[in-house]
Design a protein around this ligand. Structure first.
Ligand SMILES: Nc1ncnc2c1ncn2[C@@H]1O[C@H](COP(=O)(O)OP(=O)(O)O)[C@@H](O)[C@H]1O
Ligand SMILES: [Mg+2]
Length: 321
């Protein structure tokens, strides 16, 4: 049994455009597991459904279809109004946001920010809470005197540390990290990555690390899920298969990273139609990557590729492979 089991999850939004309402499948049939103490990297370009999936995992939203189980118990599924989700596990699954300046009230002190989950989830008295706040600040590489500082007085990297301390305060099992580095300077990104790596080991945490940047994910992840248009294109259970990833979209992602060897076999097709036409058209039956895929065949227009296991722990959804 995996710690988190995401089973065929879909999330539909009703969107109004030019006076018409249409349905947008932000997440369209996603399944993967998160093992205890492991980090699953979730990559794909902007708009592919990563944040929506993150919000579904932490229970900020409920799936339209499918289910999410934690420790073998279904915690989120399509609950009706009469039978709303209880979100009982929100203490154990914590979300760390992209932009820490957005995630906290700038006029709150670090202590007030970190103390909130301690008030909600523990029986600690005020002086014990104070001690715990100091301990958490030190755990994330800040000093205990920082507790009196206001959020707006911290740098971006420091405030991200405060947010990580707040997430740790509820003694979670899982962190869903939604682009935790993208608002930070490159030098600070490395420090936060190191911190995340250290506390993962110390606390035996499991991570879902969401990023459009496959390079940052590579550093921390044990497993990798590549999404496009709300669907999984390729996933590997073990990062040692990284070199063997074959989906045309994964290759495209990798080709944009300078540290990995440049691939010459993938170029954006000149007559590229762009993702939106196929992704946002809910009636399109084919592969979401059809419009941009350099390897597409006629079949890709007609049928959505099934997920198949190329090798143990290596799954790909592609009609060509
Ligand atoms: N609350 C919402 N209402 C309507 N559409 C949404 C909502 N949230 C996300 N979307 C749409 O769902 C798609 C996936 O968005 P998102 O999950 O934010 O992608 P990512 O995090 O990968 O950039 C996008 O097309 C976005 O516009
Ligand atoms: Mg996002």
């Amino acid at each position: 049994m995996s710690l988190i089991e995401i089973q065929d999850v879909k999330k539909e939004y009703k969107v109004r455009k030019y006076g018409k309402t249409y349905s947008l499948m932000a997440v369209n049939g996603v399944s993967f597991n998160v093992e205890e103490g492991r980090c699953v990297g979730l990559v794909g370009e902007s708009g592919c459904g990563k944040s929506t999936l993150g919000r579904l995992i932490v229970g900020l939203e409920n799936p339209s279809e499918g289910s999410i189980a934690f420790n073998g118990e279904i915690i989120h599924k399509n609950h009706s109004r009469k039978n709303p989700s209880k979100l009982r596990f929100s203490r154990e699954i914590q979300l760390v946001f992209q932009d820490s300046y957005d995630a906290v009230n700038p006029k709150f002190t670090a202590k007030k920010i970190i103390e909130e989950p301690l008030k909600n989830f523990t029986d600690l008295n005020p002086s014990q809470r104070d001690e715990k706040v100091e301990e958490l600040l030190e755990q994330v590489g800040l000093v205990k005197e920082d507790k009196e500082k206001f959020a707006m007085e911290f740098s971006g990297g420091q405030l991200q540390r405060v947010c990580i301390a707040r997430a740790l305060a509820s003694d979670p099992k899982v962190f869903v990290l939604d682009e935790p580095l993208s608002s930070l300077d490159v030098s600070v990104q490395a420090q936060i990555l190191n911190l995340l790596s250290d506390i993962k080991t110390e606390m035996n945490l499991s991570y879902v690390l969401i990023s459009h940047d496959i390079e940052a994910v590579y550093y921390l992840a044990d497993a990798l899920v590549v999404m496009y248009g709300g669907q999984i294109m390729e996933k590997i259970d073990d990062l040692s298969y990284f070199e063997k990833m074959v989906h045309p979209y994964t290759k495209k992602l990798l080709s944009s990273i300078p540290v990995f060897e440049k691939r010459t076999d993938v170029t954006e097709s000149a007559e590229s139609i762009g993702m939106d036409v196929y992704v946002q058209n809910n009636t399109f039956k084919g592969c979401p990557y059809y419009g941009r895929c350099p390897d597409r065949i006629e079949e890709c227009k007609e049928s959505k590729p099934e997920m198949k296991e190329l090798a143990t722990g290596h799954f790909v959804a592609c009609n060509v492979l």
